[in-house]
Design a protein around this ligand. Sequence first.
Ligand code: MBD
Ligand code: FE
Length: 324
Amino acid sequence: MTVKIFETSEVQDFLKTVSGFDQAGGNERAKQIMHRLLSDLYRLIDDFDVTPEEYWSAVSLLNSLGGQTQFGLLSPGLGFDHYLDMRQDAIDAEAKRNGGTPRTIEGPLYVAGAPEAEGFARMDDGQDTDGETMWLTGQVRDVNGNPVTGAKVEIWHANSKGGYSFFDKTQSEYNLRRTIYTDAEGRYTARSIIPSGYGVPEGAPTDQVLKSLGRHGERPAHIHYFISAPGYRHLTTQINLAGDPYTFDDFAFATREELVVPANRIEDSAEIAKRELDGPFSEVVFDVALAETDAPELQIRHKRPRAKEDEQDQASQLAGTAEV
Ligand code: MBD
Ligand code: FE
C-alpha cells in the first residue's frame, strides 16, 4: 500500500482542530505538545501503514496497562526514567553543577511516610526467613569529605522474592522501608535482609511489550535511596548489588558503574556479636557525597504522584529546607 495522506492540508488542518488551536480556552503548552504528539503518531500510522487491527490492539494494550497501573512500570522499561536522568545530568553539567554521588531513577515503588529513626533502624519485620541478614551502612559527606550530620536517608527495597511492601499485600506495613537520620559522624546503619532482584510479572501488559521487543523484565538486586539535608542537593539514587546476573542487564536501565556495590559475607563471630546478630550476615557499605546548593527547590525531590504522599507533604518539605 502506498497511500500517504499525512502531508495533505486536510490532515494538517484536522490536526490543528483536534489540538484545539481554534479554541480560546485550554492550556497553550498542552495544545503544542498534543499537536506534536498526534502529528508524530499520525505520521507513524501513515509511514508504517498501521492497520485497524494493529491500532485497536494497541488501544487494548494501553487499557490493560492503565487497568493494572503499569504505566509506571513500562516507563523505566522503555527507558523514559533513565532518559530524564540523562537530561538532568546534562542540565547540571551545563550549569557547572557537578560532583557528588550520581543520581539514578526512583522507580515506581516508593511509599511516603516510612518510620523514622536516628542513626540506626531495623528495616525487616523478621517474617522473611529466606532473606540473608544484611548490614547496610554508610557515611554521608559533602564533596570535600566532611560528614553531614542529620541528613535524611530514606531507604526502600524488595524482600527475598523481589516484592515491595504496600504493593505486595502479603508484607507488613512499611516492611523494608525506613527513614534514618545520620548520626554525629554522618553515618546511617540499617539491619535488613538482602533483597532479590525484581521481575515484571509474567504475562502482564508490560511483559507483553518487552517480549515483543525480545527483551526481559528483570532487575538486579538493588536498594533505593532518597538522601537530603538542608544546604545540599536532594539525591535520588540506588545501588545495585555486584554479582547479580542482571547487575549490568537491568530492564529499567538504572545501573551506573559507581553505584554497583558488593555484599560481603561475614562469618567472624566477633563481628556478629558486635552487631548483636545471631549468625553470619552480608555487609553492604554505601557512602554518599552530597553537592551543596543554596536553591531550596534543588534541596527536595521533584514533584511526582507517589503512594501516600500528597501536595501538603511536598509543600512542607519545601518549607523545611527554606527556613535553614
Ligand atoms: C522496581 O523495583 C524498580 O525499582 C523499578 C525501576 C521498576 C520495577 C521494579
Ligand atoms: Fe526497585
